[in-house]
Design a protein around this ligand. Sequence first.
Ligand SMILES: [Mn+2]
Length: 172
Amino acid sequence: MVTDTELVVLVDDRGTPVGTADKRIVHSTETPLHLAFSCHVYNSDGLVLVTRRALSKLTWPGVWTNSFCGHPAPDESMEQAIARRSAFELGITVESIELVLPDFRYRAVDASGIVENEICPVFRAVTTDAVAANPDEVSEFAWLAPDALRTSVAAAPFAFSPWLGWQLQQLG
Ligand SMILES: [Mn+2]
């Protein structure tokens, strides 16, 4: 029996959990709506961390995006999922976790036709740690002034994940 299956939480239009699915097969050309989060990490200089998704990832390989994302497991809080993914993807601990876009939801199709379809509250957090990126998740990273990131995404939205562009628009 497989015991390391990573489950995602399927939700209805109101965000109510309606079941679970294996993360490895839930993302397809007909991905059902499920629960996720995005996190934007800042350092003590006020710079924001952007990351380039590993080329081995199923969805949006090689695309620059916000610091990290993830899917809370059933019975896992958002804060617990954020702590788990920040350690796993970036080797950092985050503090001062703040919910900044509670109602963010998006559907997007990547270059290979794979769909993301998530209710995806957006958080900001702070770290004082040096990033030690997990190469299975993140191939490169950079710390940017928030204004520089906004300018870059506005000028060349195709060079970034679609959800990052929409999140920055909604954050105003
Ligand atoms: Mn997803």
